[in-house]
Design a protein around this ligand. Structure first.
Ligand SMILES: Nc1ncnc2c1ncn2[C@@H]1O[C@H](COP(=O)(O)OP(=O)(O)OP(=O)(O)O)[C@@H](O)[C@H]1O
Ligand SMILES: [Mg+2]
Length: 471
């Protein structure tokens, strides 16, 4: 190597160092103060570290918030200042941005339910700086913003070591299940305000005693046996290679106590995760099945399942198959019970026959016979001063009526007496029964589920319009 080569090489070396310096200055110029802080924490230029995204259904944001709080224990939680667009920009744009100087600022929170009566302030935009397995991580957390087109919540993870980031996300998913606020709750699904998604909402657990239900002997016992007892014997069943998941269909005329029975089942299974879908919310079946699978033991209630099976273009509705396939898609040893109710079993029969094995018990909840009517009438009149003889005579006369009819009859009896300024007597009962059984009240009777053969049936189109789905 001669002198000239040497000089040239040294010159090139100086040039390359200068190139690096300029690049560094440029990057520092676009790097925001927030980016500086993150870089300092990571011990590397944050702009060079890949961001790993984890989408989270918005109703699991609370779980993510709690899980992150646990995993980031001892770390720092900061927010972002720099204008409204911070909500729309990804972590990368918050770190380096030629237009907005994002700086650490106050954390954004949103209030979310953690139970039927409880709330929690959840981070809707924030950044956690902490160590996981000794390695520094920066984790951003965001709520969904459906009005800006972001349907899911988002966790963004920044860490120099990709393997650590992967293990962290595994730990996050596990902690979200372990600390979930959904486990053991009674949930329903509602469409979100914007977009097509759905969110789980909390319902108070019902309180319906066995004594509150009047059914022919064996009906309630058989249902409880199938829904509750199978779960109680889970270990023996699994050992013997038997499946735990089960599907029960409660069918019978309107107002006979199917919903009441379901409410009783939820009463006697505290600690079981229950998801109740009615009418149009049945379209969220896969999200419900996902929750049931994750938080066993679980009960999925599908109320008035016939509404999804109503004939439109093809018969039966694909959604009904989706429901049955969701049941089929569960692991056999998942402790999940599907309870479906219908007052129009005939519209389900074909679908159930085409997908055999999903429903393993069908229980008829019939119109009450004379003995049940007597019990129903006495039950709903228990606070009133009516004679047993009058109640029994009324029960005898009211052939074909339901539990909801009995309840309404007592209400009218009380109303009639109070119009007089009096307590109800046997004559009020007889008079109101006569009125309700008269031809004029035929529609009322059919709405109470006691219309007999000329019962008014809601045509399928009307159901569909009423629930506003598939429209
Ligand atoms: N078997 C019953 N025992 C006691 N009360 C009953 C019974 N059946 C109905 N009732 C009364 O009528 C109300 C309505 O009954 P429920 O909602 O359970 O009817 P359903 O069978 O689910 O009807 P639908 O098919 O219209 O949904 C109950 O809340 C209860 O007050
Ligand atoms: Mg019902």
């Amino acid at each position: 190597m001669d002198e000239r080569d040497r000089d040239l090489m040294l010159a090139v070396g100086r040039y390359l160092r200068r190139v690096n310096e300029v690049a560094e200055q440029e990057s520092r110029a676009t790097r925001t103060p927030l980016g500086d802080l993150i870089s300092e924490h990571l011990g590397a230029d944050a702009a060079d570290v890949a961001v790993v995204h984890e989408q989270i259904l918005d109703h699991r944001l609370v779980d993510a918030d709690i899980a992150l709080e646990v995993l980031a224990d001892g770390g720092r939680l900061i927010g972002v200042s720099g204008g409204e667009q911070r909500h729309q920009q990804g972590l990368t744009e918050l770190i380096s941005n030629p237009y907005v100087r994002y700086t650490p600022g106050p954390v954004d929170y949103v209030e979310r339910a953690t139970g039927p009566q409880a709330n929690r302030q959840v981070v809707s935009l924030g950044l956690r700086l902490f160590r996981f397995e000794g390695a520094p991580l920066a984790v951003a957390q965001r709520a969904a913003m459906p009005h800006y087109g972001r349907e899911t919540a988002l966790v963004e993870v920044l860490g120099a070591d990709a393997a650590v980031v992967t293990r962290f996300l595994d730990a996050l998913r596990a902690a979200m299940i372990e600390h979930s606020v959904l486990r053991g709750q009674v949930l329903s699904f509602e469409p979100t305000e914007y977009g097509r998604g759905a969110g789980a909402t909390f319902l108070p657990r019902p309180a319906v005693d066995e004594d509150d239900i009047v059914l022919p002997a064996g009906v309630l016992e058989e249902t409880i046996e199938h829904v509750v007892s199978i779960g109680t014997h889970r270990d023996e069943l699994i050992r013997a290679g038997q499946h735990l998941k089960r599907g029960v269909l409660l069918y019978g005329p309107p107002g006979t106590g199917k919903t009441l029975t379901v409410r009783h089942l939820l009463t006697i299974t505290p600690g079981t995760t229950a998801i109740v879908l009615t009418g149009s919310s049945i379209r969220f079946i896969s999200a419900a099945a996902e929750i049931a699978r994750t938080f066993t033991p679980a009960i999925v209630v599908l109320e008035d399942i016939d509404l999804v099976a109503m004939e439109r273009h093809s018969s039966p509705q694909p959604l009904l198959f989706e429901v049955l396939d969701a049941l089929d898609g569960l692991d056999g040893d998942a402790d999940v019970a599907f309870i479906m109710t219908t007052n129009r079993v005939e519209v389900l029969e074909r679908a159930l026959a085409e997908r055999p094995g999903r429903v393993d018990l069908a229980v008829e909840v019939p119109l009450p016979a004379l003995d049940e009517r007597r019990r129903l009438f006495r039950r709903y009149a228990h606070a009133l001063d009516l004679s047993d003889a009058a109640l029994d005579a009324a029960a005898e006369k009211a052939d074909g009526v339901t539990g909801s009819f009995a309840k309404e009859l007592m209400r009218r009896t009380v109303l009639r007496a109070s119009r007089r300024g009096d307590a109800p007597v046997d004559d009020d009962l007889a008079a109101e029964l006569g009125r309700l059984l008269s031809a004029r009240e035929q529609l009322t009777r059919s709405m109470l589920g006691a219309g007999g053969d000329d019962r008014v049936q809601t045509p399928p189109e009307q159901y569909t319009a009423e629930f506003g789905w598939m429209a």
